[in-house]
Design a protein around this ligand. Structure first.
Ligand SMILES: Nc1ncnc2c1ncn2[C@@H]1O[C@H](COP(=O)(O)OP(=O)(O)OP(=O)(O)O)[C@@H](O)[C@H]1O
Length: 339
């Protein structure tokens, strides 16, 4: 097990800056995600950690040892890619044993390790199967077992579940998180899926345009995004612009109590699921009319027009509002996030 540090890493291709002054520390035994939109530099960061790319500037440390010039195979890092290339002509156990054979480990040791890993990925009994006879999820488990066989110090996962269907993705997320907790292997997961990052990681690094914008716990990333770009990337939000004076936030919807004493030109961000709706018009201070509705199973997504603006609200589907219905809205500006 190893900690990982990137210090002021720049990576360019030609004159295109791909990574810009990226610094990151992953503690020993921690699982983190690199989360961001396509093309923001997540995979490049992972490749720099794994030694597949060498940065033009900055340093990479594993357990505080400078490995910037150390080749991948000597770093003790393994990368599992999305298109997990299992060897099609080798059985499951031969695939898992491959790296150990290359290292000329003793046969009895290899057998022990393969047995242990087959148990760990809950695939006992499938040792003699070939990859083409496995499901997508099983193939992914074998790819992870093969990566773990060589007892790496760090595990680097590049969108490993993105080709799986949504149920299987859920299952694999839980599987990898449990496995990681059991083995306490330092793990970096690259994903563009917010839920995946928030659900599996101790901390999440949000990347935009080659930079890490925020690195924090999933709760803090979601509840307290550093800026509007991060907030937007994490999903649809409501923004209210206005001014705060004597703990009163005046915006398009009226005057509301807040925890901040004074601030000009602020934007308050409120999650759609934090806004309450009531059919009783005098129940909450803001009045509106349901102008749009999408049914999403256990949740319903409403657009509520209040004065000139549209407020987005997510409510559980036990409450049922029709388009055109008048409602009142409970919006808590005391606990809003202000930018
Ligand atoms: N070999 C290359 N030649 C030119 N540009 C490249 C090369 N590899 C990556 N890039 C560019 O570098 C940027 C970052 O790529 P990277 O693969 O790290 O992004 P990413 O966040 O992992 O995106 P995705 O989720 O789509 O894989 C992109 O703009 C990409 O086009």
């Amino acid at each position: 097990m190893s900690s990982i540090s990137l210090k002021n890493v720049d990576f360019n291709i030609g004159d295109k800056k791909i990574l810009k002054d990226v610094s990151l520390h992953v503690k020993e035994g921690e699982m983190i995600s690199l989360l961001g939109p396509s093309g923001c530099g997540k995979t490049t960061t992972l490749r720099v950690i794994g030694g597949l790319l060498r940065p033009q500037m900055g340093k990479v440390y594993l357990s505080e040892v400078d490995v910037t010039s150390v080749p991948t195979e000597k770093r003790g890092a393994v990368i599992v890619f999305q298109d997990y290339l299992l060897f099609p002509h080798l059985t499951v156990e031969e695939n898992i044993a491959f790296g150990l054979k290359m290292r000329r480990e003793k046969k009895s040791e290899i057998k022990k390790r393969v047995d242990y890993l087959m148990n760990l990925i809950q695939m006992k009994g499938s040792e003699k199967k070939y990859p083409q006879n496995l499901s997508g999820g099983q193939r992914q488990r074998v790819a992870i077992a093969r990566a773990l066989a060589v007892s790496p110090k760090v595990l680097l996962l590049d969108e490993p579940f993105s080709s799986l269907d949504s149920n299987l993705r859920h299952e694999m997320r839980e599987f990898i998180r449990e496995l990681q907790k059991k083995l306490l292997i330092t793990t970096v997961l690259v994903t563009h899926d917010k839920e995946e990052a928030l659900m599996t990681s101790d901390r999440v690094a949000v990347m935009l345009d080659g930079k890490i914008i925020q690195y924090d716990t999933p709760e803090n990333i979601y509840r307290h995004p550093k800026n509007i770009e991060v907030a937007d990337f994490l999903g649809e939000k409501n923004y209210f612009k206005g001014n705060i004076k004597s703990y009163v936030f005046s915006n398009e919807l009226g005057d509301f109590e807040t925890m901040i004493e004074k601030k000009q030109n602020v934007t308050a961000m409120i999650h759609p699921e934090d806004i309450r709706l009531s059919p009783k018009l005098d129940y909450y201070p803001v009045k509106g009319i349901i102008s749009g509705k999408k049914y999403g199973g256990n949740r319903s997504y409403y657009d509520v027009t209040c004065k000139e603006i549209t407020v987005k609200v997510i409510a559980d589907s036990s409450s049922f509002y029709k388009e055109g219905e008048k409602v009142s809205l409970g919006i808590d500006f005391k606990n809003a996030c202000y930018f």
